[in-house]
Design a protein around this ligand. Sequence first.
Ligand code: NAP
Length: 296
Amino acid sequence: MAARIIDGKQVAADMRAELKVEVAKLKEDGIVPGLAVVLVGEDPASKSYVTAKERACEEIGIYSNDNRLPADTGQAELMALVDKLNKDPKINGILVQLPLPKHLDESEVLLAIDPAKDVDGFHPVNVGKMVVGEEAFLPCTPHGIIQLLVRSGVKIEGAEVVIVGRSNIVGKPIANMLIQKNDTGNATVTVCHTRTKNLAEHVRRADIIIAAAGRPNTVTADMVKEGAVVIDVGVNRVEDATKKRGYRLVGDVDFAAVSEKASLITPVPGGVGPMTITMLLFNTVASAKQAAARKG
Ligand code: NAP
């Protein structure tokens, strides 16, 4: 059986269209959601992420506030900017593009962001709220994965989920979200990593596989149960002389072979990737609504 493809671009486009309508309604009430993006230095990948985020904001009517600082910016200057953005009522979300240049203290900067504007969901206050099941800004990539599952009609409750990877931005938060006692949780979750004994044995049990290892072919067809749902988070460059740029992007899953066994599968690119920015927009709109409610 060939798997049905989960079209992340389409799901992201649907969500952005919904958000656009919501933003237009908020504007009628004088509320304009605002996202501040902070980029330090000239890293080309970071620059292109930031540009994509700003473009996505414009598309749906979110005010985007661009803060590009030179690579030699000092800690005090960056902290002062975060403080200014925390106090700015036009700003509902603050995104500091990571990684920061090595001389800067990343965790001090992230801790300084007002948790009410932490639309990346990385502040320990939001992480803590997520873990105990309180309302919080959920980190964008795992939140996007939940949306892909829900909008593809996948039953999460009672499912056996195996996650490959335990990073703070993907593996740990998605595991936490899926064990919550709520509509998008109630799964039974196993988290695997490089010290896991017999990865294949764990993955083979899964109704839903979430691969976030950052290595091509971490999940191969022999590890996949017939009919499993496969979410491939990995983004890896592999050499490809047939491409102009000399490489192509692949996920962590052997897509061609696994597609023959899975019931649903996300491609790379075009699966999880488009959802990450979409959930950033979602969190920014949610933050603007919360700020308006606080003002009364
Ligand atoms: P990371 O911080 O490098 O974490 C990778 C995790 O995978 C670690 O926990 C590691 O285990 C585990 N791992 C690596 N190789 C393994 C193997 N052979 N068997 C079992 N576990 C293994 O990576 P990340 O930031 O979570 O990102 C993971 C991938 O997702 C990357 O390719 C990244 O580019 C991609 N990503 C995509 C998006 C998107 O929007 N599409 C967003 C975020 C990340 P240890 O802890 O034991 O080292």
